[in-house]
Design a binder for this molecule. Structure first.
Ligand SMILES: Cc1ncc(COP(=O)(O)O)c(C=O)c1O
Length: 399
């Protein structure tokens, strides 16, 4: 049986990951290859990062062009790719200005800093607290793990950063607390990814947005996993009819090239001024070449339409498996971020799938997370369905 193995003490790498026994060396489109030449169908997309598939030609070409010219320069100078990428992000969201960084956690750090500064400098009164939700995931830095509503992520890192409190997710009654506490901001995922692929409910989101507006609380959405087309629209919040004040993004923004950002409405963005925040690498010419090519492709091709259509097709396939196998309790998610809720044993199915040349993920102990690239085809979904079914069958037989 395939198992996950912590690295031994003799490894030069710290054992922060339980790795699967696979070494990937090449990728193209929906497929990756290991160092033995074995080909796998990749329905993880590098955890919602390679949204256009592996090594997408449109992005590769722009990064190669940029490699010939300038790799890095400081943010003390103008960076055209950065300005163009910011213009596209603001033109296609409800935000007005962008700050670039290098990862999801850093994007949420920037959002948290912006919220505190908004409370202290712009509002000038009230709390600088940020409210988040149970089962959320916002990153691994000290501030973002403190923002994360899961004890397992915080375990052993006390003292946590002060200034965070947590409310139950999707609980309308609990929103009364916001009007009482009047925090600086709330931070939420539209679909909790790491927490188990749990979509925010429309009614709860409506109420939350209204309470935020009435009490001058910044509405901040963490779209690090749900953004860049993953749920069938550029951002997931666009399917909820709300206008967040701050949007954090990373993962899919650079197609695998490290880049993160926050997009903020002017009301919030003006809390930052020269010297309030910064990053050496944030938005450098190479990273923003990847970002610019990625978003241009997302907007100009039919890939978002494809994601919507393939989401429906994938639902049909997953439903047919649910009818056959009682271990499957529910199918959740939006677009191409799907969760297969099981009675138990998600990791076992993910491990069996590797033997069937399929890469998928868990999201907690009983959810299998499925993240195909957005250009996925019907034939690839059929291939996935066969490999997943085999994995479920061999788990049930205890093979
Ligand atoms: C919703 C969400 N927020 C934040 C993060 C942290 O992003 P990063 O690992 O790039 O720091 C993740 C990563 O999985 C995420 O899914």
């Amino acid at each position: 049986m395939t198992t996950t193995q912590p690295l031994s003490l003799t490894s030069p790498l710290m054992s922060t990951y339980s790795r699967f026994p696979v070494t990937l060396v090449k990728g193209k489109g929906s497929y990756v290859w290991d160092d033995q030449g074995v080909k796998y169908l990749d329905f993880t997309s590098g955890i919602a990062t390679c949204n256009l598939g592996h090594v997408p030609d449109a992005v590769k070409q722009k990064v190669e062009e940029q490699l010939q010219n300038l790799w890095h320069c400081s943010n003390l100078y103008h960076i055209p790719n950065q300005e163009q990428l910011a213009a596209l992000l603001t033109a296609n969201s409800c935000g007005d200005q962008v700050f670039f960084c290098n990862s999801g956690a850093e994007a949420n750090e920037a959002a948290i800093k912006l919220a505190r500064r908004y409370a202290n400098k712009v509002k000038g009164s009230g709390s600088s607290e940020v409210v988040t939700f149970t089962q959320s995931f916002h990153g691994r830095t000290l501030a973002t793990l403190s923002a994360t509503g899961q004890e397992k992520i915080q375990h052993g890192f006390a003292p946590l950063m002060p200034g965070f409190s947590y409310l139950p997710f999707n609980d309308i009654q609990a929103l009364d607390q916001l009007a009482v506490r009047k925090p600086a901001a709330v931070l939420l995922e539209m679909i909790q990814g790491e927490g188990g692929v749990i979509p925010a409910e429309q009614e709860w989101v409506n109420e939350l947005a209204q309470v935020c507006q009435e009490n001058d609380i910044l509405l901040m959405v963490d779209e690090i996993q749900t953004g860049m087309g993953r749920t069938g629209t550029l951002f997931a919040y666009q399917q909820y009819g709300i206008e967040p004040d701050v949007i954090s993004i990373a993962k899919g923004l650079g197609s695998g090239f490290p880049i993160g950002a926050i997009i903020a409405k002017e009301k919030a963005a003006k809390a930052f001024e020269p010297g309030s925040h910064g990053s050496t690498f944030g938005g450098n010419p190479l990273a923003t070449a990847a970002g610019l090519a990625t978003i241009t492709y997302l907007l100009d091709s039919n890939v978002l339409d494809n994601a919507k259509k393939m989401s429906e097709y994938l639902d049909v396939q997953l439903q047919s498996l649910k009818e056959k196998y009682t271990v499957i309790k529910e199918i959740r998610g939006k677009g191409l971020l799907k969760g297969l809720v099981l009675e138990s044993g998600a990791l076992e199915i993910v491990q069996k799938a590797i033997g069937n040349q399929l890469l998928i993920l868990t999201a907690g102990p009983n959810v299998v997370r499925i993240l195909p690239p957005l250009p996925v085809t019907k034939a690839e979904i059929d291939e996935f369905t066969i490999a997943l079914e085999k994995s479920i069958q061999s788990t049930e037989k205890g093979e």
